[in-house]
Design a protein around this ligand. Sequence first.
Ligand SMILES: *Cc1c(COP(=O)(O)O)cnc(C)c1O
Length: 242
Amino acid sequence: MDSERTVAQALEEVKAVIAGACAKSGRCPDDVEIIGVTKTHGPEVVREAWEAGIRILGENKVQEAAWKIAESVGGPEWHLVGHLQRNKARPALELFSAIHSVDSVRLLEQLERVAEETGQRPEILLEVNVSGEASKDGLRPESAPEVIEYALGCRNVTLAGLMTLAPFCPDPELARPVFAKLRECRDRWERQFGIGLPRLSMGMSNDYAVAVEEGATWVRLGTVLFGSRPKWKPEPEARWEP
Ligand SMILES: *Cc1c(COP(=O)(O)O)cnc(C)c1O
């Protein structure tokens, strides 16, 4: 970001864009929450985000989040928005109140097992690969019902909704069909299973206006709030290690 632009100013602009997208699509801006994605940024950015009024922060790696959350101002709710390996389920649940990236029964089983032991009550989202890009993580839509059925039997984790990543393209309109398809999946599975899936996590800096028009309730924003990401340089004391 231009160095003169503060997070608070960027946030005001983002809120105006969200209000515009809501007006266009007949939605209420209160139904859209901003998740500030602080990956690669340090605790000073976390503080700035918190002071600007952002209440939910997202990280995409468990290890990076572990030191950052420990060194950061208390208060924000933290969400994991990146891929999660099963062997990191335990530290992930210590750090995050919501996991956006559940993409298998085996991962869900592990989260349920750890949550049962620790008494945590995380919200989880299923990450659905609606665009069909081979490189993307996430469940193909036809594999999701099996995971939903498993989630319905879980007593500790709550299936709260769906998440998707749109393929990056300079023209956000090209992401619209992906977001629309995630909403259609949500509507279909709500009917099929007789459940509510209120959260739709979709939209990033480049395409969040379109995502809001298509029903996003959580937009995951990094660059538009915090500027371009610094390249991570490993530090001598290797403080990324747990
Ligand atoms: C980095 C990241 C974001 C934010 O990306 P921007 O384009 O900087 O807004 C959102 N979601 C996920 C899963 C990410 O990894």
